[in-house]
Design a protein. Structure first.
Lengths: 359, 394
């Protein structure tokens, strides 16, 4: 069948959503709640407008707006569907909904773990969310009345740092449900109702799962992040007395490159790591697959003896996307870094251009 | 004077709702008998379509058309759900049906369910309707004893089970997809349509969800024929506020709001001056005095407000209701209703800023145009009318 998007005809298959057709043809439609497989239609940011084309054949632009907004992510295409992806109404809908979301968001960008890669931040920049009609953020509180409003607003915030692998902070959460949909163990769900809604575990118990890390991967904001003592890591990396060793897991290099796509042109992960302050880099090969722990152990024992370094001054970093390893830290393994944390280190350090850190 | 024919409220107060014998004495279950002996589902559908019966929950979709959609489905398993989750503030007609004459409702459910080919039926009951639950449970047990329910109804080939499913009193669960989600054990929130419940509803099977008042009309239609119903169709009105007589009244469909207030309600209370009427619960439009000459639509609740009322307190109540009852699924409704309530709080204190006025306009627009389900739109209705017609921001 054929559908019309922005006055151009596109082929579409039955069962496809408008969003999928747009993506395939390179038409940009922003979305916050949708990920690759799930399309819930919650954020209402991917809206498109339904139009009726005028009769004048050539005058294609003479389309009559019906004023009806459809969410592109969960509306299936049908023959004769005619839509536009940019209009006054669409921008208005996106702006207001983003403003509403932003008002519910922590908005502590400067210190946020996801600064510069946050999807909400990007959308806010794109749609110029400048007017804050709604509740002021914490830093701007001026009177007790606002404080009262804030208490109401933040009363259900859940911050959890008890589990060793995933750090949760619902202050940042935009309730997009990506984590709920992706979790293979169904650990997350909605708690409470209406404006008090919080994504959390049943009865708000401490998260206890196999820590596959999928939820952290899909979270658009900093509600679910890698658990780590970031300040300590930076301290260790910058400490000249410490000998920092990075053990790179299989397949992590591509992931790091993907994370750094828009941040640096440098492709060589080893070079990037050295710029970050690692002294030695050990790469896993395929034959090491089941010997992770053994190899990590050797660094503070055999290697230290050989190079005559005090094991106390060696700091081992396992660079891997297996975040469940964070729970298995021991005297031989000090830190586990995921690709996102490496990217964060790079972002904080400044732009790395061709091996050099540009501040 | 209004036509006195009563279809639903006929036996109210005259029979003991806890005794099936009383209902049988006034001719109860003869419609079911007629259905079993002389009619088949196709015939019932014809009658219902002829009667022009529409949904009494508010949306007003044709009941016959809905049934036909499900009857056309090939699935062996079908479900019939009676929507008794009435949680619109100021509306309690369905509860009165269940409390005063549960057997009429049951008879209607049985005929409807058998017509569409369902073997299992649910009554989705509002969680706070404890008395209604008791009367319905009694009624079901007694109907079973008399073989109106269970296997081989009245020794025919039909069989049906009715289960009362008590919700938790959430407003959103009155929306049919959310109601279905709730029975399935999921969080009560709406699903995307299509697929419509008539194709894939409860447990992905074709499902009819009808309002209790709609169903209560069915026995009468079966007995007297659809043609007769067209002229005699009635609607339950729930009058509240500053009228003399408050409560549930039955009146012909198409009765104007003015007539309902003056004739059913007996006019304004002594010394009270009419200001406006809200028609259809917290999500209803506001009607000024000059606009009252229109037929009643929606769920049937009329709140009559006199000039001594504080509109800001009312606003706070409306917005508070939606702020509490939004399911939290989509952004505009979850955040919008929250902000609406916040601004209403400031309105009560008389501290509305220019910023709030702009924000109010934005929120109402986004609620009207971008929410996932109609609840978001409902949340904006009364506030919008209060701004346009009552000029609360001036």
């Amino acid at each position: 069948m054929q559908i019309k998007i922005n006055n151009k005809k596109y082929a579409a298959k039955t069962g496809e959503t408008i969003f999928q057709v747009c993506m395939r043809n390179g038409i940009k439609v922003p979305t916050l709640c949708g990920s690759k497989d799930s399309h819930e239609g919650l954020c209402r940011i991917c809206v498109v407008e339904l139009v009726e084309t005028g009769r004048g054949g050539k005058d294609a632009l003479k389309c009559v707006s019906t004023g009806k907004l459809l969410t592109s992510c969960n509306t299936k295409v049908y023959a004769g569907l005619t839509i536009i992806t940019e209009s006054e109404n669409i921008s208005k809908a996106r702006r207001i909904n983003l403003e509403l979301l932003w008002a519910d968001h922590a908005g502590k960008c400067a210190t946020c773990k996801k600064n510069q890669i946050c999807e909400l931040q990007k959308l806010a920049q794109e749609y110029k969310i400048e007017n804050f009609h709604f509740v002021p953020r914490r830093g701007e509180m001026t009177n007790s009345e606002e404080q009262k409003l804030l208490r109401d607003n933040w009363s259900r915030v859940v911050v959890e740092n008890e589990n060793p692998c995933i750090s949760r902070n619902s202050e940042f959460c935009v309730e997009c449900r990506r984590c709920i949909n992706i979790c293979p163990e169904h650990k997350f769900g909605f708690n409470h109702r209406a404006g008090d809604v919080v994504v959390g575990t049943p009865y708000e118990k401490v998260l206890d799962c196999s820590f596959c890390g999928k939820c952290v991967e899909v979270c658009p904001v900093a509600a679910l992040t890698d658990q780590n003592d970031y300040a300590k890591i930076v301290e260790n990396l910058n400490d000249l007395k410490k000998f920092s060793v990075a053990i790179i897991d299989l397949g992590i290099e591509e992931k790091i490159q993907a994370q750094l796509k828009n941040i640096t042109q440098e492709k060589n992960v080893e070079k990037i790591l050295i710029e970050l302050g690692f002294e030695k880099i050990i790469k896993f090969t395929e034959k090491d697959e089941n010997k992770e722990d053994e190899i990590i152990e050797q660094i503070k024992t055999d290697y230290a003896r050989k190079e005559k370094i005090d094991p106390k001054n060696i700091c081992t970093f396992f660079v891997s996307s297996k975040i469940y390893k964070k729970a298995q830290k021991n005297k031989y393994l000090d830190y586990v870094l995921s690709e996102r944390e490496v990217a964060r280190l790079v972002r904080d350090k400044g732009k790395i251009v061709a091996g050099k850190v540009k501040r | 004077m209004l036509n006195n024919l009563k279809i639903i409220t006929e036996h109210w107060g005259k029979i003991n709702p806890l005794r099936i014998g009383d209902y049988l004495n006034v001719g109860g279950y003869s419609a079911l008998g007629k259905f079993v002996e002389k009619m088949d589902p196709q015939k019932v559908l014809e009658e219902v379509k002829l009667s022009g019966l529409t949904g009494r929950g508010g949306a007003g979709f044709s009941t016959g058309a809905k049934w036909e959609l499900v009857m056309a489905q090939k699935s062996k398993e079908k479900y019939f759900i009676c929507n008794l989750d009435e949680s619109e503030p100021g509306t309690y007609k369905d509860r009165m049906i269940a409390e005063n004459c549960p057997q009429t409702l049951l008879e209607g459910i049985i005929i409807s369910a058998l017509t569409i080919g369902a073997k299992k039926s649910y009554i989705y009951l509002n969680g706070s309707y404890a008395k209604a639950q008791e009367t319905l449970e009694r009624a079901i047990a007694q109907a079973k004893e008399h073989k109106f329910l269970g296997a081989k109804i009245l020794d025919s080939k039909y069989s049906l089970e009715i289960e009362i499913f008590s919700g938790a009193g959430a407003y959103i669960c009155g929306e049919e997809t959310a109601l279905i989600n709730s029975i399935e054990g999921n969080r009560g929130e709406p699903k995307i349509r299509p697929p419509y419940p008539t194709e894939a509803g409860l447990f992905d099977k074709p499902t009819v969800v009808n309002n209790a008042e709609t169903i209560a009309n069915i026995p009468w239609i079966i007995q007297n024929g659809g043609k007769k119903y067209v002229k005699n169709a009635t609607k339950l009105f729930v009058l509240g506020g500053s009228v003399k007589n408050r409560g549930v009244f039955e009146a012909p469909i198409g009765t104007t709001i003015k007539k309902a207030i003056t004739e059913l309600g007996g006019g304004m209370q002594k010394g009270k001056e009419f200001w406006f009427a809200q028609v259809g619960g917290a999500s209803g439009h506001l009607f000024l005095k000059k606009e009252l000459n229109v037929p009643m639509t929606g769920s049937g609740a009329i709140l009559v407000v006199d000039k001594t009322a504080n509109i800001y307190d009312l606003l706070l109540a409306w917005t508070g209701f939606f702020r509490r009852e939004s399911c939290g699924k989509c952004v505009p409704c979850r955040e919008g209703t929250f902000r609406l309530h916040e601004i209403a709080e400031r309105l009560v204190d008389g501290e509305i800023a220019q910023r709030d006025k702009e924000a109010l306009e934005d929120i109402l627009w986004t609620l009207e145009n971008t929410t996932f389900c109609p609840l978001g739109k409902f949340a904006a209705v009364a506030v919008r009318d209060a701004i346009d017609k009552l000029g609360i921001l001036k």
